[in-house]
Ligand binder design. Structure first.
Ligand SMILES: NC(=O)c1ccc[n+]([C@@H]2O[C@H](COP(=O)([O-])OP(=O)(O)OC[C@H]3O[C@@H](n4cnc5c(N)ncnc54)[C@H](O)[C@@H]3O)[C@@H](O)[C@H]2O)c1
Length: 276
């Protein structure tokens, strides 16, 4: 039996991470778009990885349970990479909340029930969640601990309280970070660790949709004026994920890592500060 890696979201960020840590493991890659999973599985098979593509919708609990079951046919679940998601230009508010917020919460919960001792997980949040003003401690706690099936009923997530798709995305990504904190406590009881990464603009198909969408100029301005002066690459996200998914990070759990070329710093204290 091999250790098993479950990986959701067969995109560029997921692949960059999976290639760093996926050797010696059976990799199950799930994506709602099975063609994406198959294409990436082909690339990785040709690079020597042991990988199987599976159709999986992160916003559906049954589908997540199927993915876990598939993985368990090969061994114990040792690694989780969650890089599935939709961006503000790709989907309406309800889909963003269902996929990015609810789906992530269910995945962390279900994998947390089966992760092996010493197991490690990373989920991809976003710098977007770092831009919103602080929420109240009560709302933070609701996002962290409300039972998954009740999450989307929270008052703060109702249509009258969500301005637009960007706001929905920000709430989802803030929720991811809070959820990781709460789940890390449960994962810890099994001897496993869980963290999140909040990338800035990383060139992937999802980001290219943003560059070509209604907020295109906003994004181009963001990377031009951030300290790094450029968008990032999936491999730079993988640099941090690789650390988090090895024993070098055994003292790190329940944390979020912002990797954004300094864009958030510039948003609060530099050239990206919104005009008052
Ligand atoms: N690219 C960026 O600039 C950036 C920045 C911050 C955060 N992120 C986050 O990184 C994650 C990965 O994005 P990426 O840039 O690699 O995008 P990508 O488009 O390359 O990959 C995303 C994948 O998720 C899949 N997916 C969408 N809905 C799904 C669902 N319901 N169930 C299962 N899979 C689904 C898509 O089919 C796609 O293959 C997302 O959560 C995104 O919000 C990306």
């Amino acid at each position: 039996m091999k250790d098993v890696m479950l990986w959701l979201g067969a995109g560029q960020i997921g692949m960059a991470i999976a290639r760093r840590v996926g050797f010696n493991q059976k990799i199950i890659v799930g994506d709602k778009n099975i063609e994406n999973a198959k294409n990436i599985a082909k690339i990785m098979t040709e690079a020597g990885f042991d990988i199987e593509p599976v159709e999986c919708d992160i916003s559906n609990r049954e589908s997540i349970l199927n993915l876990i079951k598939k993985g368990q046919e090969y061994g114990e679940i040792a690694t989780l990479i969650n890089a599935a998601g939709v961006s503000p230009s790709q989907a309406p508010i309800e889909v963003i909340l269902k996929v990015d917020l609810y789906g992530t919460a269910v995945l962390l919960e279900e994998v947390g029930k089966v992760i092996k001792k010493g197991g490690r997980g990373v989920t991809i949040s976003s710098q977007s969640g770092h831009r919103m003003p602080a929420l109240t401690p009560e709302i933070d706690e609701q996002l962290a601990t409300t039972p998954t099936e009740e999450l989307l009923n929270l008052e703060v997530l109702q249509p009258k309280n969500i301005k637009d798709t960007l706001h929905a995305y920000q709430m989802a990504k803030r929720c991811n970070v809070k959820r990781v904190m709460a789940e890390a406590v449960k994962w810890g009881k099994r001897g496993a660790r869980l963290n999140s990464i909040s990338p800035g603009i990383i060139v992937t198909p999802l980001a290219i949709d943003e560059f070509n969408g209604i907020r295109g100029d906003f994004y181009k301005n963001m990377f031009a004026k951030c300290p790094a002066g450029r968008p990032g690459t999936a491999d730079e996200v993988a640099n941090v994920a690789e650390l988090l998914l090895t024993e070098k990070a055994d003292f790190i759990t329940g944390s979020d890592f912002l990797i954004d070329g300094g864009a958030t710093a510039a948003y609060f204290y530099g050239g990206l500060r919104p005009e008052k």
